[in-house]
Design a binder for this molecule. Structure first.
Ligand code: COA
Ligand code: ZN
Length: 301
């Protein structure tokens, strides 16, 4: 049953998108980007991350971005955190939700966050009570869940084990993150099934990068497998500074167009999202990679 089934889009452009873009947007420009996304119907988005400014200089102004947000009851602003300092800073900044990053690869984990997979799970167990005491929803993303840029294939058992530990930590939602665009639709199905066995109580979200062209096919596989929440970035901007060659997320407007054409509902105004991607090209001073920002929608009326 497709007609009217709601797929929730989590817009990650202001965080995953901007963290690795060559452009340096001002706080005012980031706030304008966020406001335009809201006007296009986004109700949940990663608006910044609370990590070391030395590790990710482009997110150093996240406290100022959160302080400048025009809040409304509709929009949930998610803060990304990878350690206790980050969680405390995100709570202080009045994030509506915290998304914690687990890592499934050894070498990527060391380079990205100075942690092994098990250390990231231990850190989540330590941080979860802080988030729960603050009364905030806590979600988690398993990064490099489909492949590590340095070590290669990631054992599905490691992903399942992290999922089980995340469920025990009391998270409200778990994302499988394909940080480097290594997944194929068949892997997506397999990993979703495995995680559902290991963490049956946790709803799933999927996070795909389109590095090797399988992004939309992976979204299709996830939706077919019953996943209702998809991360995407306006324009398809983004990438991880610690993943060589990694390119942007699946583009919000491309995902939304595909889903709307099939009869799904996303709550996103496609035309306004395309306009926002075109505005973003001017703000970033370079082209963005999404197909719809070039081709426009179809049919035209
Ligand atoms: N926010 C701001 N500063 C932080 C911080 C945070 N969440 N966590 C640690 N720091 C600071 C410490 O105060 C310390 O500062 P100092 O050098 O001035 O004394 C320094 O960072 C090192 O702290 P340490 O606890 O030893 O961390 P680390 O060097 O092992 O790095 C992370 C761990 C997680 C902080 C770091 O790897 C990081 O921020 N990674 C982010 C990667 C990322 O965002 N990737 C993309 C999204 S997945
Ligand atoms: Zn990502």
């Amino acid at each position: 049953m497709i007609m009217g089934r709601r797929i929730h889009i989590v817009e990650v452009g202001p965080r995953d998108g901007l963290q690795n873009d060559p452009a340096n947007l001002s706080v005012a420009q980031k706030l304008e980007f966020i406001a335009r996304l809201e006007a296009a119907g986004v109700t949940r988005m990663e608006s910044g991350s609370f990590v070391s400014p030395k590790a990710v200089p482009k997110m150093a102004d996240s406290p100022a971005v959160f302080a400048g947000l025009v809040r409304n009851a509709r929009t949930k602003h998610i803060a990304l955190a990878l350690n206790e300092t980050g969680v405390r800073r995100a709570i202080e900044a009045k994030a509506d939700e915290i998304n914690f990053v687990l890592v499934a690869g050894e070498t990527f984990g060391r380079k990205n966050q100075g942690m092994s997979p098990q250390e990231s799970a231990d850190m989540l167990a330590k941080c979860a009570p802080l988030v729960h005491e603050a009364g905030l929803p806590l979600s988690a993303t398993i990064s490099v869940a489909f492949g590590d840029p340095y070590d290669g294939d990631v054992d599905i058992g490691v992903v399942g084990n992290l999922a089980a530990q995340a469920q025990r930590a009391g998270i409200a939602e778990l994302a499988l993150g394909d940080t480097i665009g290594a997944a194929t639709p068949w892997d997506v199905r397999q990993r979703i099934e495995r995680v559902r066995m290991e963490a049956p109580d946790v709803p799933l979200r999927m996070h795909f990068h389109d590095t090797r062209g399988a992004g939309l096919a992976n979204v299709f596989a996830a939706v077919q497998a019953g996943v209702d929440v998809i991360d995407s970035s306006c324009g398809g901007i983004g990438g991880c500074p610690f993943a060589p060659g990694a390119t942007g997320n699946v583009a919000t407007e491309d995902v939304v167009w595909m889903l709307h054409r099939a009869g799904f509902d996303t709550g996103i105004d496609l035309e306004r999202m395309i306009e926002t991607a075109r505005w973003l090209e001017r703000a970033l001073d370079h082209r963005v990679s999404s197909a719809l920002s070039r081709a426009g929608t179809f049919p035209r009326v």
